[in-house]
Design a protein around this ligand. Sequence first.
Ligand code: NAP
Length: 251
Amino acid sequence: MNIAGAKVLLTGGGRGIGRFLVERLAAESAEVFVLERDEALCAELRAIEGGKVNALSCDVSSADAVDAALKQVFDAGFDPDVLVNNAGIIHSEPLVNMLARGVDRVHSRENWRRVMAIDLDSVFFVTGRVVDQMLAKRRKGVVISISSIAANGNPGQTAYSAAKAGVNAMTQTWAKELGAMGLRFAAIAPGFIDTPSTREALSEAVLTRLQQQVPLRRLGNMDSIYLAVRHIIENDYLTGTVLEVDGGLVI
Ligand code: NAP
């Protein structure tokens, strides 16, 4: 599929990797529609020069909000060729916090549900509706979900790892279920990417230590994720893949 002229629906494009992908896709003449929770960020996206970016405020962890927003998107004549499930939150918490005293040491169930809602439910809610529309419009589509190498099991990230493993499993399931209809599904599993959220979550000392574990000895940049997105869109014989973009970290 060519990027120029493709209609790309992307979740969580207000900041970080999603914002970078929106700007690069629009610069390559894709038409981009963003579902982003924060209305102020939506306004910023709509103001991107060139007029190829539209955005609607939507909490993609809510099934009702997703259904209402996508109805508006489809009614406006935007039939996606590409869906990028990017919205997500990174959450770190051990199963049992052995240092905690006088409080419940077990992983908060509220945090578990919140991470599952944003990182896993959202992919299920949005993909179901978008694939249904692709099938109704007889479009050959591609769905790209941003997963994580944490899907392999990352100590201290029970909920995040489980959600991203679920994303990979859905990707492979849908690739088998819908390949005969001309639809493709792939996931991208980034390692440590140099984003504002990574720098907020991890201290400089931790980042330096982590980089020593990466064979390429550095953080990834957001362009490496864009190049993976572009490869998946353009390569029509690629489906069911989980593409690791991690500098060799999981070898
Ligand atoms: P980020 O900077 O926190 O950006 C996430 C974006 O998603 C924000 O614009 C956020 O909007 C939006 N969002 C979050 N929850 C939402 C919801 N319920 N509904 C709609 N929009 C929502 O994160 P990032 O680092 O760019 O990560 C993007 C994706 O890559 C995530 O899926 C993450 O798990 C994955 N990833 C990142 C890294 C990394 O190193 N950064 C590594 C592996 C995987 P608000 O401003 O409203 O919160």
